[in-house]
Design a protein around this ligand. Structure first.
Ligand SMILES: C[S@@+](CC[C@H](N)C(=O)[O-])C[C@H]1O[C@@H](n2cnc3c(N)ncnc32)[C@H](O)[C@@H]1O
Length: 252
């Protein structure tokens, strides 16, 4: 706790993102990864494998864009930098250790961007209407939505109840409209389990369905997100993760 508190104090971050909890979320994810490293390993490897399979499916290798690069836990950044001319890692906030990790990779760029476009206006008290999101991915041979979809609405929802659902829908519409290869990896259900017994189930995509046009080359796996007693003394929190690769004909 003290370590995370100090990290929160010392890490450079725009004040509005700090206030809304984006820095706290990233620090929390890093701490949980330290505690649940073994349980998370298969999910992280599945995600990396899926991204590399999507890279194999591309007809050109000019640029790959990773949306939600986060701490690079599930992003095979070195392999991508060998396979593509340019790698763009997009996140609302890049932590210092991520900047350090990619500093030796000349063709890797960190782009700090809110891919919903609503976070800064919300922080000023405006209530923006999420439209089809501008993902800012022009010229990409491959766009990866990397375990970010279910996260997009969590903090905005606190300021504008009901917005989460529309942010998820806007992101899916934007991905479906891209011309290049798209790889979508996302949680699609959360289950509290006591051994083999399901105690509770919830839907992290707010009732949104993934468009049929993206639902290709599906893979599905469980992410042992919070094994007991991480979140609950007896229950494990398991996320179902689904990944899709839709090959494209053109660059986005
Ligand atoms: C669960 S993490 C994804 C895991 C990440 N790929 C990794 O390997 O660490 C979700 C990421 O989405 C980012 N994020 C959340 N809302 C965002 C937004 N509106 N725009 C851009 N990034 C956002 C968070 O900062 C976080 O890094």
């Amino acid at each position: 706790m003290l370590r995370e508190w100090l990290q929160h104090l010392m890490t450079p971050c725009p004040p509005y993102l700090r206030r809304l909890g984006y820095l706290k979320q990233l620090i929390g994810m890093q701490a949980r990864h330290r505690r649940c490293r073994e349980a998370w390993a298969p999910h992280l490897q599945h995600t990396r494998d899926m991204i590399l399979a999507a890279a194999d499916a591309c007809s050109s290798h000019d640029k790959v864009v990773i949306l939600g690069s986060g701490l690079l836990l599930d992003v095979p950044v070195e392999e991508l930098s060998e396979r593509f001319k340019t790698v763009e890692l997009v996140d609302i906030l890049h932590m210092p250790q991520v900047r350090h990790a990619v500093s030796g990779l000349a063709n890797v760029r960190l782009l700090t961007r809110d891919i919903t476009g609503v976070v800064e206006p919300l922080s000023r008290g405006d209530i923006p209407q999420p439209d089809i999101a501008d993902l800012g991915v022009n010229g990409a041979s491959l766009v990866v939505s990397c375990n970010i979809l279910s996260q997009l609405g969590i903090l905005p929802e606190q300021l504008s109840p009901g917005i989460s659902d529309r942010l998820v829908a806007a992101h899916l519409d934007a991905l479906a409209g891209l011309g290049g290869t798209v790889c979508l990896i996302t949680e699609t259900s959360h289950r509290l389990m006591e051994g083999e017994t399901e105690v509770e189930k919830s839907a992290p995509l707010d009732g949104n369905d993934i468009p049929d046009s993206l639902k290709m080359r599906r893979q599905c796996w469980d992410w042992d997100f919070a094994p007991a007693p991480e979140r609950h003394p007896r229950y494990d929190l398991i996320h179902t993760v689904e990944g899709f690769i839709r090959s494209g004909n053109a660059e986005t």
